[in-house]
Design a protein around this ligand. Structure first.
Ligand code: FES
Ligand code: FES
Length: 161
């Protein structure tokens, strides 16, 4: 039998304890073992940001971290953001600004944007754009994404965008 490691992890407020193969990524744990398919697998190589989730409030590419490396941590995925019927303010901003087309990149964009706001570093929309550059949108919804994130980050939206 393959070697398994003990893992205790909290996902969207619910604690899970399991034994898991050491090579399973956090992304595959979420999607394949927990059925949380809102988090997308784009490249599986850290190049697209579609798999972005929050771990202890910080945004990470879940395809690049092993599940067992997140022992004891708290993970939030797109499924865990709304409070009942109330969207998270970042989700609401994406809706208001039409910041998605096909929607494939959107869960990662929103988690990344929340992480960005938590970091508190972006002081203008150019910095928001730079700090969101790890999240690729094949539909090119960047101007709308930038406006949504800038609004929640509390920085002025650049009129050029
Ligand atoms: Fe993780 Fe693309 S799937 S960065
Ligand atoms: Fe389609 Fe971004 S909305 S990839």
């Amino acid at each position: 039998a393959p070697a398994r490691c003990p893992l205790t992890i909290t996902v969207n407020g619910q604690q899970h304890t399991m034994d898991i193969e050491a090579w399973v990524t956090l992304l595959d744990l979420l999607r394949e073992r927990m059925g949380l398919t809102g988090t997308k697998k784009g490249c599986d190589h850290g190049q697209c940001g579609a798999c972005t989730v929050l771990v202890d409030g910080r945004r990470i590419n879940s395809c690049l971290t092993l599940a067992v490396m997140n022992d004891g941590r708290e993970v939030t995925t797109i499924e865990g953001l709304a409070q009942g019927d109330t969207l998270h303010p970042m989700q609401q901003a994406f809706v208001e600004h039409d910041a998605f087309q096909c929607g494939y990149c959107t869960p990662g964009q929103i988690c990344s944007a929340i992480g960005l706001v938590n970091e508190g570093r972006a002081k203008c929309s150019a910095e928001v754009r730079e700090l969101m550059s790890g999240n690729i949108c094949r539909c090119g919804a960047y101007p709308q994404i930038l406006r949504a994130v800038s609004q929640v980050a509390g920085v002025p939206a650049d009129s050029e965008n």
